[in-house]
Design a protein around this ligand. Structure first.
Ligand SMILES: *[C@@H]1O[C@H](CO)[C@@H](O)[C@H](O)[C@H]1NC(C)=O
Ligand SMILES: *[C@@H]1O[C@H](CO)[C@@H](O)[C@H](O)[C@H]1NC(C)=O
Length: 357
């Protein structure tokens, strides 16, 4: 209705949107739709487990209608809610499958299921998946099988899964979880050590360890080699090839690595930074440290460099004090520049870390 009142450009936009949504939502994968259908069936079984024909199962009802558990009434109740209405394409595909499966589903309900209606909902749903998605529809493979011919997956262990597992697609190769490797995903990736074998658990080496990783432990004394910015402790070099890696204080070197005017060296684990001395700041674009006072110069400058004066704290009082002298207005802009500048200072700081040496 409202399409009529919409202008031609709005109409074009709507059409474009409709086209886009068709292009974006490709036809839903039928195996997934079938899987969800059986999952919904499992939920339906659980939802209706304690129901009855209404008012309790009387002998009269039991003898006339059979027991509730495998009654047609319950089946219809479950079926009605199998296809969710979320996602139109999915719902259409789901209803199509349901129609295709009507006979085998009823056959199973009044046959296999009726013989043992008390078994767990999960087991019943698994049997239904096997019947509908695998055998009748040919949409999926059994769990542990992949590809068009439903070939057997390898055993991928605790830390991997078979590509295409349970579907008619995939390569059947083991895809390892992050941190694990090997054809069966039973080895630790470099940079990790074996924390426990059963269950297999690989944890990250200490950041002090280099590319060779570490030997069974998370500390800096379990390293096989040292990362950049760390060096082997003097007494280290045990028989099993492990070294203790300690942080290199780059700032202790002479000459120090921060030779620019008015800057100072700040050591950190594995690295160091050249920061400006209190009262100085590095322009957002980089370069030498400049006296913070220039921050109160022109408006444009103060916006750019204000962050540093905010960062260095007390020293910024100097510059903002000056601007306060020149009047209320500039004091205001000074405050603003400190705020906006704070952001640029944050983004600019990492660029000033020098990691060479
Ligand atoms: C395949 O999937 C099933 C069910 O999700 C799972 O139990 C099994 O471990 C998987 N197998 C492999 C090799 O990924
Ligand atoms: C800042 O650098 C200049 C030029 O190298 C120098 O003259 C001045 O003493 C330095 N100021 C401080 C506080 O280090």
């Amino acid at each position: 209705m409202h399409l009529c009142s919409a202008g031609p450009s709005a109409l074009r936009q709507l059409l474009l949107l409709a086209l886009l949504s068709i292009a974006v939502s490709a036809a839903p994968d039928k195996c997934s739709v079938c899987n969800r259908l059986t999952e919904a069936f499992e939920q339906g079984l659980q939802r209706t487990a304690k129901d009855n024909f209404g008012g309790g199962n009387t002998h009269w009802e039991e003898s006339r209608l059979g027991s509730w558990a495998s009654s047609e009434t319950r089946l219809v109740d479950i079926q009605e809610r199998l296809c969710s209405d979320e996602g139109k394409e999915e719902a259409v595909a789901c209803h199509a499958l349901l129609e295709q499966f009507e006979e085998p589903l009823e056959g199973w309900w009044f046959g296999d299921f009726r013989r043992d209606p008390g078994k767990s909902a999960a087991k019943a749903a698994a049997a239904l998946r096997e019947l509908l998605c695998v055998r009748t529809g040919g949409l999926c493979c059994q769990h542990g099988a992949f590809g068009p011919q439903c070939a057997a997956c390898p055993v991928c262990g605790l830390r991997g899964h078979c590509d295409g597992n349970g579907t008619r697609a995939g390569s059947g190769r083991c895809t390892c979880d992050s941190g694990y490797r090997g054809e069966l995903c039973d080895q630790c990736e470099t940079g990790r050590y074996l924390a426990t074998a059963e269950p297999l658990l690989c944890l990250a080496c200490h950041p002090a360890c280099g590319s060779a990783g570490c030997v069974d432990g998370p500390s800096e004394s379990n390293c096989r080699d040292c990362a950049t910015g760390y060096q082997p402790a003097e007494a280290s070099g045990a028989a099993d090839g492990r070294v203790s890696c300690i942080d290199v204080d780059e700032c202790a070197a002479t000459p120090g690595p921060c030779a620019g005017p008015n800057e100072t060296c700040v050591n950190s684990p594995g690295s160091f930074a050249c920061d400006c001395l209190p009262g100085f700041q590095r322009p957002a674009a980089g370069g030498d440290c400049q006296p913070a006072e220039t921050a109160a110069g022109t408006d444009g400058d103060s916006a750019e460099t204000g962050g540093d004066s905010a960062e260095t704290g007390d020293d910024s009082a100097e510059s903002s004090g000056e601007s306060a002298e020149t009047g209320g207005e500039s004091a205001e802009t000074g405050g603003e520049s400190a705020e906006t500048g704070g952001e640029s200072a944050e983004t600019a700081t990492p660029a000033m870390d020098k990691e060479e040496l």
